[in-house]
Design a binder for this molecule. Structure first.
Ligand code: KG4
Ligand code: ZN
Length: 333
C-alpha cells in the first residue's frame, strides 16, 4: 500500500511516499528554520503562511522523487494533531481535499505516533510491544506501545518538554534557534560537572518529571553572572545542561524498563538526536539487557515519512477521516 503523507504541524513542510509502513519511496522536508531563527523561535502565523506557500511544491516533489503520479497512491495521510493549529490546518486540509478529489481514503495521523513510527522505517524487524521514550519540542513522555495503535502513557513532563528546555536555554546562551543541535555541539567541548544543576522529583509519581526548575536554574545562573560581570563558560554550561537532561530522562526510562519487564526500548522525537542522550541510552540498554532502537538522525526531527509509516498501521486498524472528526484533538497520544 502506497501512502502519500503530509506533515505541517510546526516549522517543516514535509511530504513523503511510503510503502506498507516500512519503506520510504521519497521524503521531502522544506524547513522554515532560517525564517524563525530571526525571531528566536517559531512564529505560528508565519509558519502557517509558509506552509501555504510550500505544500503543493513539496508534495509534487515527493511524488516526482517516488516516480509516481498522484493517482497511483492508495491513500493520503496527514498529521492532524498535536501542533500549531494554523500550521496543522494547512497540511490536514490539503491532504483531505486531495483524498476527496481523488476518491481515496484519508488517514489522520497523530504527530507523536508518527515520531514513534519513524523507528519502523529504520528497523524492519521492530514490532510492538515496546517501551518508548518520546522527547520532542512539544512532548516528553514514557509510553508503552502495546500495539501499532494502542498506547499507554506511563510518565511524562509536568511542564516543559525536553526540546522546549533546550530551545530556551539556547536563547539564554545566545546561540539561537533551534537550540538542541547547537547546545549539543557546544557541550562536546565542555565539562558536564562544571555547573551543579537541579534534579526534579514529583511526589508519588516517580516516572513523571519536570524541566522548568532546570530551565530557571540555567537562566538565573546566566543572569547572576551577567550582573556580577562574570563570564559563563558556555561549553561547560551546555555540557552540564545536557547531563542534567539525560539524568532526568534515562533513570526514569530505566525504572519503567524494570517495572514493565520490557525487552525492547525505542527513543524517538527531535531530542532523540542528542548525542549525550543516545550514548546514555546505549549504556542503559547494556545494563538492562534490552534491545535499543533509535531512528537515524534524519528521521528524529519532523518529516512526513514517519507519518506515512504510522498511517499504514492506522489504516489497518480502521482509522479513516475524510470528514476529519477531529480524531486526536484531545487525545494525548
Ligand atoms: O520532534 P521535533 O522535530 O519537533 C516537535 O515535534 O517538537 O523536535 C524538535 C526539538 C527542538 O526543540 C530541537 O531543539 C530539539 O528537538 N533537538 C535537539 C537536538 N536536535 C533537535 N535537542 C537536543 N539535542 C539535539 N541534537
Ligand atoms: Zn515532531
Amino acid at each position: 500500500m502506497k501512502i502519500l503523507a503530509i506533515e505541517s504541524s510546526c516549522d517543516e513542510t514535509a511530504a513523503a511516499v511510503t510503502e506498507d509502513g516500512r519503506k520510504i519511496l521519497s521524503s521531502v522536508v522544506d524547513t522554515q528554520i532560517a525564517t524563525h531563527a530571526l525571531y528566536g523561535g517559531v512564529v505560528p502565523e508565519i509558519a502557517s503562511r509558509r506552509h501555504m506557500e510550500a505544500v503543493v511544491r513539496v508534495t509534487e516533489q515527493a511524488l516526482k522523487d517516488a516516480e509516481m503520479d498522484k493517482h497511483d497512491v492508495d491513500a493520503v495521510a496527514a498529521t492532524c494533531a498535536p501542533g500549531l493549529i494554523g500550521a496543522l490546518l494547512v497540511g490536514a486540509n490539503f491532504g483531505k481535499s486531495l483524498a476527496f478529489a481523488m476518491n481515496k481514503p484519508f488517514i489522520p495521523v497523530h504527530h507523536i505516533r508518527g515520531h514513534i513510527a519513524a523507528t519502523y522505517l529504520a528497523y524492519p524487524e521492530l514490532k510492538p510491544p515496546f517501551l518508548t521514550l518520546i522527547a520532542s519540542g512539544g512532548h516528553s513522555e514514557i509510553v508503552m506501545v502495546k500495539s501499532y495503535t494502542e498506547f499507554e502513557i506511563l510518565g511524562g513532563t509536568r511542564d516543559d518538554a525536553a526540546g522546549e528546555a533546550f530551545d530556551k536555554v539556547a536563547r539564554v546562551l545566545g546561540v539561537g534557534y533551534p537550540g538542541g543541535p547547537k547546545i549539543d555541539k557546544l557541550a562536546q567541548d565542555g565539562d558536564p560537572k562544571m555547573y551543579k544543576l537541579p534534579d526534579s522529583h514529583i511526589k508519588d509519581a516517580p516516572l513523571d518529571f519536570s524541566f522548568s526548575g532546570l530551565k530557571t536554574a540555567v537562566i538565573n545562573l546566566a543572569h547572576n553572572a551577567e550582573q556580577k560581570g562574570e563570564t559563563i563558560d558556555r561549553n561547560g554550561l551546555a555540557a552540564s545542561f545536557c547531563a542534567a537532561v539525560v539524568h532526568t530522562l534515562v533513570p526514569r526510562l530505566e525504572m519503567a524498563v524494570k517495572q514493565t519487564h520490557a525487552r525492547r526500548v525505542v527513543c524517538a522525537g527531535g531530542v532523540a538526536a542528542n548525542s549525550f542522550l543516545r550514548a546514555a541510552l546505549q549504556d542503559m540498554a547494556k545494563r538492562e539487557h534490552v534491545q535499543l532502537f533509535m531512528p537515524p538522525l534524519h528521521l528524529c526531527g519532523d518529516n512526513a515519512a514517519m507519518i506515512g509509516s504510522q498511517a499504514y498501521y492506522e489504516y489497518q486498524a480502521g482509522t479513516r477521516g475524510k470528514t476529519l472528526q477531529n480524531a486526536y484533538a484531545t487525545a494525548d497520544i
